[in-house]
Design a protein around this ligand. Structure first.
Ligand SMILES: Nc1ncnc2c1ncn2[C@@H]1O[C@H](COP(=O)(O)OP(=O)(O)OP(=O)(O)O)[C@@H](O)[C@H]1O
Ligand SMILES: [Mg+2]
Length: 463
């Protein structure tokens, strides 16, 4: 039941109880006063009549005295008088017998032989009075209740119901995250105080929200900077290999240009050399573009891409380095492997894993990137759902990880490399990117024989 009807009902019931109790007490008091008046009346009439009867009986005999009673009965006083000659009473006796008030008094106190005078009077007049008063009280009560109920209803609606409704609506809006707008309850009571506190709470929440948003943005920004720095570090690692990769086309371009400038070629051969220069220039542009694309700072959250394509690009970037180191790079992947993660991020994940693999194989070996769709059960502590995941394995035949280091490899700045060789950020960036996309990374370490890092990314985007 709502608060306003509850209040109305409670106050109306309370006033009904008070009015009824007061009315009952008053009616009882009235009835008692009425009886007292009747008794007094009996005594006055009785004593006067008794004195006259005693006098007449002594002087003129009992029959004449009895006649006096008949005369009194004939007058319509409502009293029934009778002479009870056998009843001897020394004093007045009064009481209610059935529906009547009966009074008995001696005719002559000094002569018990004259018996008693009995006066009977029906209580109907008193009952009638009580009944009419009750009716009056009932009407009064109904009137008071109606006026009281309407007044209580209006007052509690205005003073309690409306402010409480406003407070409830506001609380619901806050629960939905709507913090704007003020509650306008201008009263100095507790509800007014509650509204003021709610307004202050909303302002504090808005402020806190804005702060959290600012902090989250700053965090994302810092994370992006870190990832960007990590990408640039990878570019640095690739630089030597790429310089070599660019060296060959540059030598071809320089040689052909020299031949044309020195008139060593003529006619069709000039055109041929120019075409070669153009082809090699495009090749170099493609290499530089690839590197720039990778180094570019870009947010990719919410995008999806083809992991096979990203793997191909990552392999492309590492090929020159691999050739130099005598490492074979292989890709086992389906033609299209969609994941809800942007190309740049997938490429950064794979590049970091490839960079580690390359470092673990200084004197050659084999790295395979394997991509396949699996049904996977995420580690319980992550709180992710089991289901279809894309599994990206980067397996090398390098040194492997010292068993004591395995629990630490994803920690930021954990590195076993010489200063300048590694900052210890690669795997923590991989872990951060993958977790951000509701995936996880596992390690299969075979010390002395190599490591396989497995990245699991959900097939469907999650929020
Ligand atoms: N494929 C791997 N083979 C052997 N050890 C590895 C391999 N991948 C990672 N590790 C170990 O994990 C450590 C942490 O790797 P992580 O990529 O986070 O940092 P890093 O490679 O040392 O430095 P950065 O990647 O920042 O240049 C490495 O120093 C290395 O000891
Ligand atoms: Mg690394």
């Amino acid at each position: 039941m709502r608060i306003v009807p509850k209040l109305t009902l409670a106050l109306t019931a309370a006033s009904a109880v008070v009015v009824c109790t007061r009315a009952t007490l008053r009616i009882e008091r009235h009835a008692a006063a009425y009886e007292l008046a009747m008794e007094h009346n009996h005594r006055v009439v009785g004593h006067v009549l008794a004195a006259s009867m005693a006098e007449v009986a002594r002087r003129e005999g009992a029959t004449t005295a009895e006649h006096l009673i008949d005369v009194a009965n004939e007058t319509k006083t409502g009293l029934a008088l009778s002479w009870d000659r056998d009843r001897v009473s020394t004093g007045d006796v009064q009481g209610i017998e059935g529906p009547e008030l009966v009074s008995l008094m001696p005719v002559a106190k000094d002569d018990p032989r004259l018996g008693s005078l009995r006066i009977r009077e029906p209580l109907t007049a008193r009952d009638e009075e009580v009944r009419s008063e009750r009716t009056h009280v009932v009407y009064n009560l109904l009137g008071i209740l109606a006026v009281g109920a309407v007044t209580t209803l209006i007052l509690s609606r205005v003073l309690v119901g409306r402010p409480v409704d406003l407070l409830v609506q506001r609380a619901r809006r806050i629960a939905k995250g709507e913090l704007t707008g003020r509650l306008d309850i201008r009263s100095s009571d507790e509800l007014g105080e509650l509204a003021t506190e709610m307004n202050l709470m909303c302002e504090a929440l808005t402020e806190a929200n804005a702060r959290v948003l600012r902090e989250a943005e700053a965090r994302v920004e810092a994370l992006e900077q870190l990832r960007h720095a990590d990408r640039l570090a990878t570019v640095g690692k690739l630089a030597a290999g790429l310089a070599h990769e660019l060296g060959t086309p540059l030598a071809v371009v320089a040689g052909r240009a020299q031949m044309i400038a020195g008139h060593e070629v003529e006619g069709e051969a000039v055109v041929d050399s120019a075409k070669t220069i153009e082809r090699e220039a495009w090749r170099m542009t493609a290499i530089v573009r690839q590197l720039l694309d990778f180094a570019r700072q870009k947010r990719t959250l919410g995008e999806s891409s083809d992991a096979t394509e990203s793997a191909n690009r990552a392999i492309g970037l590492f090929r020159p380095m691999a050739e130099k180191q005598g490492v074979e790079l292989a890709l086992e992947a389906p033609a299209d492997a969609r994941v809800p993660m942007g190309t740049e991020s997938v490429q950064q994940v794979l590049s970091n894993l490839l960079a580690n693999a390359m470092h673990a194989m200084p004197s050659g070996g084999r790295v395979v990137i394997r991509i396949k769709e699996v049904r996977a059960e995420p580690p319980a502590e992550l709180g992710e759902k089991p289901g279809p995941y894309l599994r990206l394995d980067v397996a090398d035949t390098g040194t492997g990880i010292a068993p004591t280091d395995v629990p630490h490899v994803f920690e930021p700045f954990f590195t076993t490399k010489e200063p300048g060789d590694g900052t210890g950020l690669g795997l923590s960036v991989v872990y951060g990117l993958v977790r951000e996309h509701h995936g996880w990374v596992s390690v299969d370490n075979r010390p002395g024989r190599g490591v396989t890092f497995s990245v699991f990314l959900p097939k469907e985007a999650r929020s």
